[in-house]
Design a protein around this ligand. Structure first.
Ligand code: PHE
Length: 444
């Protein structure tokens, strides 16, 4: 007999969804993508996209998931009776697998930094050149592959256990701690000399510095950091009971995600301004800047280790939700198959992550399209597949989902007017913006 999982509590669902959203997108990717794409103007655009495009799509995933109560490559056919619509689920299922292949590499970097920081605490060997350190760690093929492998194994371990208990419980402790850790870093960052320049850089938009590609990046970033477009939130909502208020949950997830994005910016940019570090460091920004900030604190290495642990936790709650999409599609509502599915998927994932892991070292000269293999995976997923997935979700929800069902799911009685705005955004704004951004890129 089939046996599906279910969340233990409403707060468990919110925390797990927020855990899925809050991750490398807000904390690692956002600061450097923003620095590469026009600074604060990018932030403004990202916020607009998150509220008016990401949030309605998040609600759409919640509605479809809870109503459908099945895995993402089945739900669209189940709802409409036409299994071709399941292609939307298949796109997401492939997309997350690609996404995980480079996500695990960065997860691995965090683990390597944790191991190194423990070593520093015990031996007192210290470096002052974090640019070098970062370069050395990620370009070493053994380290890079080992880090990614460890990250995949840890993710697999948690997902194989079934995620509710461990994740629900751990999230309740770790998520609040993450905020406290951020506050400590921000206070230190803001009190460095010249920090204010960084705040100005972060918060004062200059729209002339934003180009079409930057708009696409902001759009992709809003999907990436809210986990929408691939059916991850749909999968989580499929384990949800009928009582939970999904509108409130959606707003909470978006609010927390925006908050973490702002916290990450406030932790990093004042420090780069003060220490004279170039913001356009690319993927290394966070790993290079924060160690300098922690060096300015008493017992800096210990605080850095705590921060890395929390950062790691935020990352693994996202990778869990990513792999859960593949797993739920493999086990097709039969929990007995979970363990085996997790192991097979993780093994395949490990193979695919190797070229990404080597992209900063052995394969750093192999460049095509958007750059290295790693860069191409990221570009393909974030800027092409996620927006297409999101477009499909918007169109499907508007044209194929029974409005009476959606109204009931969104508690139309309680949130008067919201439903109309939601449909308007899904029907007009979201498809038009996504298509317009794509067309303007093609014309370039
Ligand atoms: N939102 C996650 C992050 O910001 C990534 C993610 C994307 C997770 C899509 C699930 C689905 O790190």
């Amino acid at each position: 007999m089939e046996k599906r999982s279910a969340w233990g509590s409403k707060i468990g669902f919110i925390l797990a969804s927020a855990g899925s959203a809050i991750g490398l997108g807000a904390m690692w990717k956002f600061p450097y993508v923003m620095a590469d794409n026009g600074g604060a103007a990018f932030l403004v655009l990202f916020m607009i996209f998150t509220l008016f495009i990401g949030l309605p799509l998040l609600l759409a995933e919640f509605v479809i998931g809870r109503h459908g109560k099945t895995y993402s490559t089945d739900v669209f056919g189940k709802i409409t009776g036409n299994r071709y619509y399941n292609l939307i689920g298949h796109l997401g299922n492939i997309g997350v697998f690609f996404l995980l292949s480079f996500y695990s590499v960065i997860g691995g970097w965090i683990l390597l930094y944790m191991i190194r920081t423990i070593y520093v605490i015990f031996t007192g060997t210290h470096t002052k050149n974090y640019e070098n350190l970062f370069g050395q760690l990620i370009s070493n093929p053994v380290y890079a592959i080992f880090g990614a492998l460890l990250f995949i194994l840890l993710t697999a371990f948690i997902v194989s256990k079934g995620i509710q208990d461990g994740i629900e419980k751990a999230s309740k402790v770790m998520m609040p701690l993450l905020f406290i850790a951020f506050l400590i870093i921000i206070i230190r960052s803001l009190t460095l000399p010249n920090a204010i320049e960084g705040v100005v850089y972060f918060l004062k938009p200059d729209f002339t510095s934003l180009n079409t590609e930057g708009v696409l990046f902001a759009l992709g970033q809003s999907f990436f950091s809210l986990s929408v477009g691939f059916g991850g939130m749909l999968t989580y909502a499929s384990y949800l009971d009928k009582k939970t208020d999904i509108v409130q949950s959606g707003f909470s997830v978006v609010g927390l995600n925006i908050l973490v994005t702002l916290l990450a910016g406030l932790a990093i940019f004042p420090a780069t301004a003060s220490l004279g570090i170039d913001n356009a460091q690319g993927p290394g920004l966070l790993f290079i800047v924060l160690p300098y900030v922690f060096d300015q604190l008493p017992m800096g290495s210990i605080f850095y280790l705590i921060f890395l642990s929390l950062f790691f936790f935020a990352t693994i709650t996202s990778s869990i939700s990513l792999i859960e999409i593949n797993v739920s599609n493999a086990i097709k509502n039969d929990e007995r198959k979970r363990k085996k599915a997790v192991y097979v998927i993780s093994a395949l994932l490990f193979i695919l992550c190797i070229p990404s892991a080597l992209s900063s070292g052995l394969l750093s000269d192999v460049k095509f399209g958007a750059g290295t293999f790693f860069d191409n995976m990221d570009y393909l997923v974030s800027n092409i597949m996620l927006p297409i997935g999101a477009l499909c979700f918007a169109l499907f929800t508007d044209y194929r989902l029974n409005k009476a069902i959606a109204k009931e799911e969104l508690m139309d009685e309680k949130y008067k007017g919201l439903f109309t705005v939601w449909v308007f955004l899904l029907r007009f704004i979201i498809p038009i913006v996504i298509i317009a951004v794509f067309i303007s890129l093609l014309m370039k």
